[in-house]
Design a protein around this ligand. Sequence first.
Ligand code: GRF
Length: 202
Amino acid sequence: MNGVVLISGGGSNLQSIIDNADDINLSLKCVISNKPSAYGLKRATDANIQSCVIDHQLFDSRQDFDLALMSLIDDHQPEIVILAGFMRILTDEFINKYQGKMLNIHPSLLPKYPGLNTHQKALDANDSVHGASVHFVTKTLDGGAVVAQKEVEINAGDTAQTLAEKVLKQEHVLFPKAIHWYTQGRLKLLNDTTATLDGQVI
Ligand code: GRF
């Protein structure tokens, strides 16, 4: 299945997708970053995958940025759009266009802690478990149907940094697994908050 990956930063999730691409039946057509300095761009180059930058700072509005992004994505006719650490809020127009074939990974056990600083939020709440979620992207920020989650224990002495490292390690396993379900045609978005795996509501 042809896919594009959107990134904004280090791209460690991108790397795990690249490393597993053959096993999960994914052909990566392009990696797109909204930040020219994103290290993930080098990961794409090293893997001989086309990469592009659309610098959001060069656009007057979110709409114009998203239009440029859609145009670039559509050049590659992807069947799946993967958000791997893509740190931009998307317009409704963008989401309408790709809803049902767009997956994101988020570093919390959704619906807990949408948005930023999730590790600190879990610590502040004295949670004993934290984790990562893969979800379909819908118009509600980090609010689309969750398709897979992985928990990590929070131990005494954990900081936002140590927790982020632990969660990230799990993300690298979780995201390729969920993408594989999608490329196998097993995963469908039923409505904004409900997805099915093999026809069963998750
Ligand atoms: C990950 O924690 C992901 O869940 C979040 O942003 C981070 C991206 O990390 N959306 P990386 O760029 O994949 O290393």
